[in-house]
Design a protein. Structure first.
Length: 165
């Protein structure tokens, strides 16, 4: 639909330009009936920059108007997406709370200790038993990982040896 309107608008603009130029040349010929075709062509060349500038301004105005409309549409679309995102997060939060309660209830039925519950949650999150065990060791030792554990024991062994003279 917009393309059809744009085509009509272009055709009307071209018709307007042709009609305006023809009218201008008609007035020139009426004022100077003895003017030659070359003189009328020179008059046409004189008004060409004005016509081109006018067309350029009209085109820029239309482009600016279209960009403003598109900008407003993007703002509306973003607002809709933001509201949908808020609604989705609220619904997800309710579902996740329900899932957390269901998991906790099942752990209760299994009589899991607090430590066992933590391990079970880590397993549910996808960690392997090796990763969970290592994480427990690092936590008890107050270290951040394998590199820190190695450094703790090897730091003194790798100290520079003093040379005797």
């Amino acid at each position: 639909m917009n393309e059809l309107l744009d085509t009509r608008t272009r055709l009307l603009a071209i018709a307007g330009i042709v009609a305006g130029v023809a009218l201008y040349l008609g007035i020139e010929w009426y004022e100077e009936p003895n003017a030659t075709a070359f003189e009328l062509l020179l008059e046409l060349l004189k008004i060409t920059p004005v016509v081109m500038t006018s067309v350029g301004v009209a085109v820029l105005f239309r482009l600016t108007q279209r960009q403003r409309e598109e900008h407003l549409q993007v703002i509306r679309d973003l607002e809709v997406a933001r509201l949908q995102g808020q609604r989705w997060r609220a619904e997800s939060r309710v579902l996740l709370e329900g899932l957390g309660q269901a998991i906790d209830a099942q752990f209760g039925r299994w009589n899991l200790t607090e430590a066992e519950r933590e391990v079970a949650l880590l397993l549910l999150k996808g960690l392997s038993t090796k990763e969970i065990a290592a994480g427990a060791i690092y936590a008890k030792a107050g270290l951040t990982g394998r590199a820190a554990l190695s450094a703790f024991f090897l730091e003194d062994l790798l100290a520079p040896i003093e040379t005797v003279r």
